[in-house]
Structure formats: structure tokens, C-alpha cells
Design a protein around this ligand. Structure first.
Ligand code: GLC
Length: 723
């Protein structure tokens, strides 16, 4: 019988057993595991003993009920105190039913469906034996060169915070102990991993504490406020100190100020990487910095297990530090009910009915359609089904549409674009030709594409980045489509046939040579298991596209970082006078992105009118009602995401020209008019002052409401202050 009194159990553990509880190893170290775990990061020689494995606290990358049961059973036989393992894995946007990448889900602005996708992912993972998922990733991003923008919900603190809460709620539910269909969530990567210089993964992050708190931290805090059980450290430095050894960030801010007392796990190898960062002369010093920063679990290095015991025996580290970490890990195991049932939700029978079920696919298809963003449409979409179609491009018949971090997702289970179209039109209406590979083309492939196009009415060009051009470590300095694909667009655009470009990619791209050459552009991202069906639903009008960009598309990569919530500067460019000199502008391109945050087209049109505020002034204890009229002025029903932004006209520090503070999705029939209302309070006008206090000032605020961050109506309100 394993002690359920955690403290009693802790007191029974030897120092070796306590220290070994702090290591996390991949499945290949465990008996009973068939090695198919996801290996990322440096896999250096760990130099550990069999005893360490028998005493270890958690395993990374195990999943599949049989595998987990075998690993856990063997482990319990070998572990002196029968302390069960925590089973953790990267279930980021689906377990086997793969949803669109998080950047795509961010473009859905559909919070309920995002939560549902996490709930489904948790259910599939829990019956497959997983206890903890390394998600949500809530790193705010402004630089599309970075490979992991695909994993984020975008460039806005408020939108990221709303999604962070939804994902945590979906993964964890309301009661992790009783509801074994859910898993513990682990928010990552703390902190500001999405801001590496040059958009180059693992590169230096350096910013003011105010920028960190105003822009980059809110979504982590939102996840923790929603009860997220774990935090994962980031690889990067914050204020010159690697996050995994950063006591100010981890112990003083996360644990003391935010009162987070859950488990902190390092990212893969990050404790040992404190050395190459250059703030630890050896592994012993790295172990010291990690444990003093309050990082409990050392993922995939032996730094803790090979040095902490000696540091304690030498009196450099208090044993109490080790006890704190072990206690947090044991408490998480207890909360997950692992001492009563070490196998928790693992169930080979249930696996068969739950994983990749038809009902899960239905949700994946709906979310994929809502995550697509219609960027351009010159009256070519939606298609009617009597047209002859030439489906051309490397993504015409390609199952690489799940995107990075798609855990057990398999391409063979995916609905490809060709499959989706075959569900809409007869086979004799569809001609398919690859035209080019992702990165290459031949004269023969081009000629085959030309032939298919000449025999058709419309060209659907399925283009994009292969999934290994996106995700961890896969950063691009050139964010255009590969040259071969730009060439095929040039060739086909000479045929005077309407072209619809459908893009499969993991980042905002520089769409020069694409948008200017085709009649329509549908951004489909990596849409997941049901991607082809969802895209076909949009192309044929069974779904009216409603996606809105969660991250700006730059005009050129030279413009990066470009984002909507920028500061005004002392010499702002007047867009009506681009000829002005000595203002903040480029002489060769506009300042604005090609497609701004919040932008997306519909098959209908919406008119905004009569923006009204309930008052011209409000005091700190009053609410401000904001209302606006939205009318569907088109011919089909559509979903509109009404966005509300605020601008603080004068702050103690400079304030963004706009900040998203609220949004509402409304469905309108053709000709229908609705009044949409919002409520703002003084809390919506707060920011970090020079002294880093978070409060509002008296002053004037511009209230914007519109369909994206540029096309808005505006009014002004004054916030009065008692002091
Ligand atoms: C990776 C990623 C992290 C992931 C971890 C475990 O390097 O940075 O997001 O959860 O290792 O796979």
C-alpha cells in the first residue's frame, strides 16, 4: 500500500530518492516502452544509473494505454516506495484527431470551440495513458521568421489570454482528481520565448520589464488564473539570465508575486544549457541555479541527479529546497489520483472508441473551417459545382497537413484537399497535376499543370510550406513561398484562368508574387486531420469563411516585427502624405502590413454604423456601455467578429495606438441588422507605469470598434479620477 499522506511519504524517502524524483526521462529509458516518443533537443549522453530510472518521477513522451500500463507496472515493481510515474506528452493541438495548429485556432476567435478541441485532445490522451500535456503554449509572437509562431495564438495579449484560459479549461476540466477524461495542463514557455532576436529559435530575448509585463506575461498569468497545474521554462534569457536559472523570474515573480505553487518543469535540456548560456561554470553550478530558481523537474538531463545530493551534503543547497520540489511533484500525483490508481484513465478498450472517433472528426472539421482566413476574393469564391477544376500544386494531394507537434496524428488519416474536392464535384470535373514540388519543379511538371489548367474553368493552386519548414528550430529568414511555387504561379497566371490560391503554412508569409497574381487567397494554415474537407466546405460555400488574422502578414520580411499594437513615435507617418520626409517610414514600402491583425473576408459584407458610448466621461467606479450597429449588407448569412480596441491618448509612458479589449462574434442573415454592446470599466484602461504599478490614469481614451484593427469607427471618452 502506498502512503497517501504525502508528507509521511516524503519523510520516508532517502535523499537519493528525492533527488531522482526530479528527473524526467524519455520513454526509451523505460522497460516496457516501445520507442516512438517524440525526441527533440540535444540527446546527449546522460550518464545515469538504472537506480535513477527506478527512482525517477516522470516520463516524457509515453502514450498508448498498453505502453503506459507496461511502463508504470514495471516501474512500481522496481520503485521501493511504489511512487507512480507522471506520464507527460506534447498534446498541443490534438492527440490523434489533429486540430488546426494553434495559430490557426487563434484566427477562429472561437473560444468555445478552442476549449472543445482541448477537451477532446485531453480525452483521447487520457484513455491513452497520458496524465499531463505540455500545453497550452501561450508565447506571444510578432516575428513570422520564428518557426514556432505556428504554436501560438498570435500577437495580441488579450486574445492570447482568452485562448490560454479556454485551452486550460478544456484540458483540465473542473476536477482533475475525479474526471479522468482530462489531463493536467502545462503552460509554456515561461517566459517570452516568442521574442527571440532575429526570429531565430533559442536566440536572445531582451526587453524592459514593462514590455514583458504589458505584452508578454498576460497570457501565462491567464492560464495560471484558470488553474493551470504546471509551468515549463523557456530556453531563452530574460534580462540576461536564462529562464531556467532565473530566480527573479521564477521564484520572485512566478512563485512569490503570482503565488504559483505548482510544478515548474524545465524545457528539454534547459537546466544543463545554463552552462552554454554562460552563467554556470559547470553542471554543479547549473544544478544550483536551477533549484534555487525553483525549477522542480530537470527534463532530459542528469544535472540534478548527478549534483544536487552533493550540493546538499556540502551545505550549498538546503535539503528543504529539494523537499519543496519533491512535495509539489507528489502533490500533483495525488491530485491526479495516481496513488490510488497509477494507471488513471489508461484503457485499451476505450482507446478504440474514443481516439479519432467520427464525432471528434466533426469538431475538427468545424474548427478547421473556422480557422481559415479569406485574404482575397475577386468574386471567384464560392465556386458553384458545375465548374471544371484544375487542382494544382504540392498540396493538391498531400497529407502533410497536420503541422508540427501533431503527436499521434497520421497523414494517412487526414482528408487531403483532393479528397475534400472529390466530395463536392464529379471526378470528370477534376483534373489534378502537381505542377511543382514544395521546392522544385521540372518542365514536365509545369507542362502537365498547364494542360490540366487549359482543360478547366478554374485553377485551385494548393501551395505552402512543408511542415518541417515550421515548428521548433525551423526558422526562415525569407518568408516568401519557395521559388518553385512562385514560378508555377507566374506560369499559370499567364493562362487567363481564374486562380484560387489555398495556402498550407505555419507562419504569416510575404505574399508578394501570390496575392498580386491570383483572384483569391484562402489561408488554410496546417488545418489538421479534417483539413481538406473543411477547405472544400469553404470553397463551395457550404461554410462562409469567418477567420480573422491573429497575427499580421508583413508587406516584406524587412518590415518585421510589424504588429498592430505599436507605439505612435514622435514622428508618425501620415498615411495620407507618404511623401513626407523625416518621419518614421520606409522609402521603399508602406509601414502597414499587407494584411493586418483582425483582418479576414467573408462571402457577405458587413456595415458598421452608429457607434455610441453611454457617456462622455466615466468615473473609476462606473461602467461604460459601448454599442454599435452591424448590418449584413450581402446575400448570404455570415459570422462577423466585432472587435473593440482602446487607445490611451496620454499615458505616463507611451501607449499602443490600439489595444484589443473585447470582441463578440455575431451571425447575421442577409439584410439583418443587430446592435452589439460591450461594457468597459476603469480596469480596461490600466497599464504598467514607470514604477511598474499597474493602474489607470485620468485622461481621454479613444474607443474603436470595427471588423479588424484598421477599419474602425471611433468615439472618445474621458476617465475621471478621484485622486
Ligand atoms: C521541446 C519544446 C517543448 C516541448 C519539450 C518536450 O524542446 O521546446 O515545447 O514540450 O521539448 O518535448
Amino acid at each position: 500500500m502506498v502512503e497517501t499522506d504525502i508528507k509521511t511519504l516524503l519523510n520516508k524517502m532517502t535523499l537519493d530518492e528525492k533527488v531522482d524524483q526530479l528527473i524526467q526521462l524519455a520513454t526509451l529509458f523505460y522497460k516496457g516502452a516501445k520507442f516512438d516518443g517524440e525526441i527533440t533537443g540535444p540527446m546527449s549522453d546522460l550518464g545515469i544509473t538504472e537506480t535513477v530510472i527506478q527512482n525517477s518521477g516522470s516520463v516524457l513522451g509515453a502514450s498508448g494505454a498498453r505502453e503506459v500500463i507496461d511502463i508504470q507496472k514495471t516501474h512500481l515493481q522496481d520503485n521501493r516506495l511504489q511512487i507512480p510515474l507522471l506520464i507527460m506528452a506534447d498534446i498541443i493541438h490534438g492527440f490523434k484527431t489533429i486540430f488546426p495548429i494553434p495559430l490557426a485556432i487563434g484566427c477562429s476567435w472561437d473560444i468555445e470551440l478552442a476549449e472543445k478541441s482541448a477537451e477532446i485532445a485531453a480525452h483521447e490522451a487520457s484513455v491513452s495513458g497520458v496524465h499531463v500535456t505540455f500545453a497550452p503554449m501561450v508565447d506571444l509572437v510578432r516575428d513570422p521568421r520564428w518557426g514556432r509562431v505556428m504554436e501560438s495564438t498570435g500577437e495580441d495579449p488579450y486574445l492570447n489570454s482568452v485562448f490560454a484560459r479556454a485551452f486550460v479549461k478544456g484540458f483540465q476540466g473542473d476536477d482533475l482528481t475525479c474526471d479522468t477524461t482530462r489531463v493536467a495542463a502545462c503552460v509554456k514557455h515561461f517566459a517570452a520565448y516568442g521574442a527571440p532576436e532575429g526570429g531565430r529559435d533559442y536566440n536572445t530575448v531582451d526587453m524592459s520589464e514593462r514590455q514583458l509585463r504589458d505584452i508578454y506575461l498576460p497570457a501565462y498569468k491567464a492560464a495560471l488564473d484558470e488553474g493551470c497545474e504546471m509551468v515549463m521554462t523557456a530556453f531563452n534569457t530574460v534580462e540576461g539570465i536564462p529562464a531556467s536559472g532565473n530566480k527573479k523570474l521564477m521564484r520572485h515573480l512566478l512563485r512569490d508575486e503570482w503565488e504559483f505553487n505548482g510544478v515548474i518543469i524545465s524545457d528539454w535540456g534547459a537546466i544543463k544549457e545554463i552552462m552554454p548560456h554562460g552563467i554556470a561554470a559547470d553542471a554543479s553550478e547549473a544544478a544550483f541555479k536551477g533549484i534555487e530558481a525553483g525549477v522542480d523537474i530537470d527534463m532530459m538531463t542528469s544535472t540534478y541527479v548527478n549534483h544536487l545530493k552533493q550540493l546538499v551534503e556540502e551545505g550549498v543547497v538546503k535539503e528543504g529546497r529539494i523537499d519543496e520540489s519533491v512535495l509539489r511533484i507528489l502533490q500533483l500525483k495525488e491530485k491526479l489520483g495516481l496513488f490510488e490508481n497509477p494507471y488513471r484513465g489508461a484503457n485499451e478498450q476505450l482507446e478504440k472508441s474514443v481516439v479519432l472517433s467520427e464525432e471528434n472528426r466533426v469538431v475538427a472539421r468545424e474548427l478547421a473551417a473556422k480557422s481559415c482566413v479569406l485574404l482575397k476574393n475577386e468574386s471567384i469564391l464560392p465556386l458553384n459545382n458545375d465548374k471544371k477544376i484544375a487542382l494544382i500544386g504540392p498540396y493538391a494531394n498531400n497529407d502533410d497537413i497536420l503541422g508540427p507537434w501533431s503527436w499521434k496524428g497520421k497523414g494517412e488519416d487526414a482528408i487531403k484537399l483532393i479528397d475534400g474536392l472529390r466530395g463536392k464535384i464529379k471526378s470528370d470535373q477534376l483534373r489534378v497535376a502537381k505542377g511543382c514540388e514544395i521546392n522544385s519543379l521540372t518542365e514536365a511538371s509545369v507542362n502537365e499543370a498547364i494542360k490540366a489548367a487549359e482543360e478547366s474553368d478554374v485553377i485551385i493552386l494548393a501551395l505552402g510550406e512543408s511542415s518541417n519548414m515550421s515548428g521548433e528550430g525551423n526558422c526562415r529568414a525569407n518568408i516568401q513561398l519557395p521559388t518553385a511555387q512562385l514560378n508555377i504561379i507566374n506560369v499559370l497566371s499567364e493562362l487567363n484562368k481564374p486562380i484560387i490560391a489555398v495556402l498550407f503554412n505555419g507562419r504569416p508569409l510575404d505574399l508578394h508574387g501570390v496575392s498580386d497574381k491570383v483572384e483569391a487567397v484562402l489561408e488554410a494554415w496546417y488545418p489538421g486531420t479534417e483539413g481538406g474537407a473543411a477547405i472544400a466546405d469553404i470553397l463551395y460555400g457550404d461554410v462562409n469563411p469567418s477567420g480573422r488574422l491573429a497575427m499580421s502578414f508583413p508587406y516584406y520580411v524587412g518590415q518585421v516585427p510589424v504588429y498592430y499594437n505599436h507605439y505612435n513615435t514622435g514622428r508618425p507617418l501620415n498615411p495620407d502624405h507618404p511623401e513626407q520626409e523625416y518621419v518614421s517610414k520606409y522609402i521603399d514600402i508602406p509601414n502597414k502590413p499587407m494584411y493586418p491583425f483582425g483582418y479576414g473576408l467573408s462571402y457577405t459584407t458587413f456595415k458598421y454604423a452608429n457607434l455610441q458610448l453611454s457617456a462622455e466621461t466615466i468615473s473609476p467606479d462606473e461602467q461604460l456601455a459601448v454599442k454599435v450597429e452591424i448590418e449584413n449588407t450581402g446575400l448570404v448569412t455570415g459570422d462577423e467578429t466585432v472587435q473593440l480596441y482602446v487607445h490611451d491618448q496620454v499615458g505616463e509612458v507611451v501607449r499602443p495606438v490600439k489595444e484589443l479589449k473585447a470582441f463578440k462574434k455575431v451571425t447575421l442573415e442577409p439584410g439583418e441588422k443587430k446592435e452589439v454592446t460591450f461594457s468597459l470599466t476603469e480596469r480596461d484602461f490600466r497599464y504598467y507605469h514607470v514604477d511598474l504599478t499597474y493602474r489607470s490614469d485620468q485622461g481621454r481614451f479613444t474607443i474603436y470598434v470595427g471588423s479588424n484593427s484598421e477599419d474602425v469607427l471611433e468615439q472618445t471618452v474621458e476617465l475621471l479620477h478621484n485622486n
